[in-house]
Design a protein around this ligand. Structure first.
Ligand code: FAD
Ligand code: NAI
Length: 476
């Protein structure tokens, strides 16, 4: 087997595997080093996203949403279902089946594109005239390969709290929380971020009483303030009990479950007893034992590898992408950086507009946005106008019994350029793509307003919100 490659990618998550495929499409000889082992002890491609992130969480969100519909919402359609029950083992097996299908799909892509999968842990050893030497160890005998270009795509791992030992069962991060073997009666969640809300929603819909403890005084601070307010109202109605401004003191476990001592927003000591706890307080970049010191590459104070707008590190021909570098920890951001770097290596001049990367929180209703929030634009002193339109008067939303929320389009007051679009509502994850296209093309809100949208469809709410930015919504 060849031991030197045009491109060696370390990590086969959405950043790494996409970079490998694109580099192979451009005619490079490519190897990708990956060490992930699934619960069966088999090596697997796909990284966090496919194994314990985006894909399994969305599978469980879908299953739990079906259960919630059958239990609480089908009656609205005049359909009565009695005795709906959960077969959790089957639900988890379905999720694992989807994960296996997807991760095996990447093995297929590697074969199709003649990408060599180097199985094991990758570590920089040195830099020589022919390129960078990288040792691959862990499966059989260690071997060293040479790379003319290296793409570091080692991703991230869950941040843990020093006083809450994660055992995956009583106290879990995202990995354990995607595989609880029973529905907890009482579930505590530390961190009201994306994982806390998504996985908190899964277990709430399956029957858990969920209490979320969040350190910050503001709920969903990254969202547009109007969306965050609406979300807080809706989640409360659904039964998610969210406490802001808390300070966690300690976490103790016993055969009865988990006990969390914390100070509430007024500083009063409180105890929360639960059957299980999810710790979802952010993620940290993965550079463990990567041998960066052997090639003279450091990390920032927060552990990220420093890169420029084209994901170049300070070393020639060494790039880093995805969760291990600055920017949002999102799979599609990692994928776009993977394509970008492969094209840079090929001598092309690609570009990513980070302002046009959409965000989605897969709660029900979904939350999605692209561009800037009203509060960010006001802080920048921009003169803006905003149009907002609710799903409650949209025929399709009423038809599918999902009429909560709204679309808000923010545009420059003078030029009408779209600066941000914020959605809380059904299928927001799909609807936001139109806004991302509009912003990439520097569209005006009038452009969206003039485009014929299908009727009846949820997308009409986007058009009406754009019309509302010019105070001429038709259906309100
Ligand atoms: P990763 O996916 O973390 O992959 C890195 C890979 O590198 C891993 O497979 C690891 O084993 C490997 N690796 C690390 N070091 C080495 C080494 N030295 N040698 C060999 N291999 C190594 N994002 C979204 O956009 N949408 C979502 O819906 C979404 N849902 C999520 C849900 C959860 C529960 C979690 C935890 C995350 C979710 N994310 C989501 C975030 C998304 O998973 C990450 O942003 C994305 O996986 C980052 O991709 P990456 O390629 O940078 O790294
Ligand atoms: P997060 O950054 O979204 O949220 C963490 C929350 O925990 C924050 O609100 C923070 O204030 C709070 N927190 C931190 N320390 C705390 C403490 N000691 N006590 C109480 N609260 C505390 O991180 P999360 O949810 O762990 O997710 C990690 C990342 O994974 C996300 O930022 C996102 O990039 C990615 N992700 C994306 C998803 C999507 O795109 N739909 C889904 C899930 C994860």
């Amino acid at each position: 087997m060849a031991k030197d490659f045009d491109v060696v990618v370390i990590g086969a998550g959405p950043g790494g595997y996409v970079a490998a495929v694109r580099a192979a499409q451009l005619g490079k000889s490519v190897a990708c080093i990956e060490k992930w082992k699934n619960p069966k002890g088999e090596l697997a491609l796909g990284g966090t996203c496919l194994n314990v992130g985006c894909i399994p969480s969305k599978a469980l969100l879908a299953s739990s949403e079906e259960f919630e519909k059958v239990s609480h919402h089908l009656a609205d359609h005049g359909i009565t279902v009695e005795g709906a029950k959960i077969d959790l083992a089957k639900m988890l097996a379905r999720k694992e089946g989807i994960v296996t299908k997807m991760t095996k799909g990447i093995e297929f892509l590697f074969r199709k594109n003649k990408i060599t999968w180097l199985k094991g842990h990758g570590k920089f050893v040195s830099k020589g005239d022919a390129g960078y030497q990288i040792e691959v160890s862990g499966e059989g005998e260690a071997e060293t390969v040479t790379a003319r270009n290296v793409i570091i795509a080692t991703g991230s791992k869950a941040r843990h709290l020093p006083f809450a030992k994660v055992d995956g069962t009583l106290v879990a991060d995202n990995e354990g929380a995607l595989s609880f073997d029973s529905v907890p009666k009482k579930l505590a969640v530390i961190g009201a971020g994306v994982i806390g809300l998504e996985l908190g929603s899964v277990w709430r819909r399956l029957g858990a009483d969920v209490t979320v403890l969040e350190a910050l005084p503001e709920f969903l601070g990254a969202c547009d303030v109007g969306v965050a307010k609406e979300a807080a109202k809706i989640f409360k109605k659904q039964g998610l009990d969210i406490h802001l401004s808390v300070k966690i003191g300690s976490v103790t476990t016993s055969d009865k479950g988990v006990s969390i001592q914390y100070a509430d927003k007024d500083g009063n000591a409180q105890t929360l007893d639960a059957d299980r706890l999810i710790v979802s307080v952010g993620r940290v970049p993965n550079t463990d034992n990567l041998g960066l010191e052997n090639i003279g590459l450091g990390v920032t104070e927060r552990g990220f590898i420093e890169v420029d707008d084209h994901c170049r590190t300070k070393l020639p021909n060494v790039y880093a992408i995805g969760d291990v570098v600055r920017g949002p920890m999102l799979a599609h951001k990692a994928e776009d950086e993977g394509v970008l770097v492969a094209e840079v290596i090929d001598g092309q001049k690609p570009h990513i507009d980070y302002n046009c990367i959409p965000w989605v929180i897969y709660t029900s209703p979904e939350i999605a946005w692209v561009g800037k929030t009203e509060q960010q634009l006001k802080a920048e002193g921009r003169e803006i106008k905003a149009g907002q339109f609710p799903f409650s008067v949209n025929g399709r939303a009423l038809g599918i019994n999902a009429a909560e929320g709204f679309v808000k389009v923010i545009a420059d007051a003078k030029t009408d350029e779209v600066l941000g679009v914020h959605i809380i509502g059904p299928n927001a994850s799909d609807l936001i793509a139109e806004a991302a296209v509009a912003m990439e093309f520097k569209a005006a809100s009038e452009d969206i307003a003039r485009i014929c949208h299908p009727h009846p469809s949820l997308s009409e709410v986007m058009r009406e919100a754009a019309l509302a930015a010019d105070k001429r919504a038709i259906n309100m």
